[in-house]
Design a protein around this ligand. Structure first.
Ligand SMILES: C[S@@+](CC[C@H](N)C(=O)[O-])C[C@H]1O[C@@H](n2cnc3c(N)ncnc32)[C@H](O)[C@@H]1O
Length: 199
């Protein structure tokens, strides 16, 4: 089957990523942000929508990295359910889809150890063609057709609570037309969180 223009340009980008010649996905800026918070990143790392380029290599310097790419593990939206069925747990999760990370929520919180950092890429509203479909998507996930960072932080906090995890915002960086948003999540006993004492 003949491949279309976008499939061909995608192949070129993927090759550049592997050869560390990619600046389209801003690995330098992402790494600069991670360098600032390096002290909270620890060994069991999951990269969702990974690129096996500089960012993956940077993580490999820190610890064991499970990198999900379309070529190796297939569609990340499906593969995370395999990780969940294997009861895999991580203490740092990086979600780097340039579209919407939202379909990974809230399941991603089930892949977290008791303490786990979460960094994800969120598109600047309007980058993904702001049509009826994306408006409905944002309304469904963030109760707002044009979500603010505050809306996103609020929803992440709620989704984390489903797993009895408290999510604290650590950093937000705008890199060109994306945001990289970092949280630290900590599991809290349900009884402590709700101030209930079992008799
Ligand atoms: C924005 S890039 C980021 C790559 C890497 N983190 C970096 O900074 O170099 C996202 C990657 O996810 C891949 N991808 C796209 N859709 C995917 C899917 N459904 N499942 C897994 N990977 C996907 C793309 O091929 C692309 O390499």
């Amino acid at each position: 089957m003949a491949t279309g223009h976008s499939a061909e340009s995608h192949k070129i980008t993927r090759l550049a990523q592997k050869n560390n010649e990619d600046d389209f996905h801003h690995p330098t800026e992402k790494i600069a942000q991670l360098e600032e918070i390096k002290s909270i990143i620890c060994e069991d790392i999951l990269e969702v929508f990974g690129g096996q380029g500089n960012l993956t290599k940077w993580y490999q310097e820190i610890g064991t990295v499970t990198t999900l790419t379309k070529e190796t593990t297939g569609d990340s939206f499906e593969y995370i359910y395999k990780l969940r069925s294997e009861k895999r747990k991580f203490n740092w999760i990086d979600i780097d889809s340039y579209g919407y990370p939202d379909r990974l929520f809230p399941v991603i919180f089930e892949l977290m150890k008791d303490e786990c950092g979460l960094v994800f890429t969120f598109p600047q509203v309007g980058v993904n063609c702001h049509n009826g479909i994306s408006q409905q998507h944002f309304s469904t996930f963030y109760c707002n057709p044009t979500p603010t960072i505050g809306n996103v932080v609020g929803k992440i906090t709620d989704w984390a609570l489903r797993e009895w995890m408290l999510a604290s915002l650590v950093d937000v960086k705008k890199i060109k037309r994306i945001y990289r948003i970092v949280f630290m999540c900590k599991r809290v006993k349900a009884t402590d969180m709700t101030n209930v004492r079992n008799r």
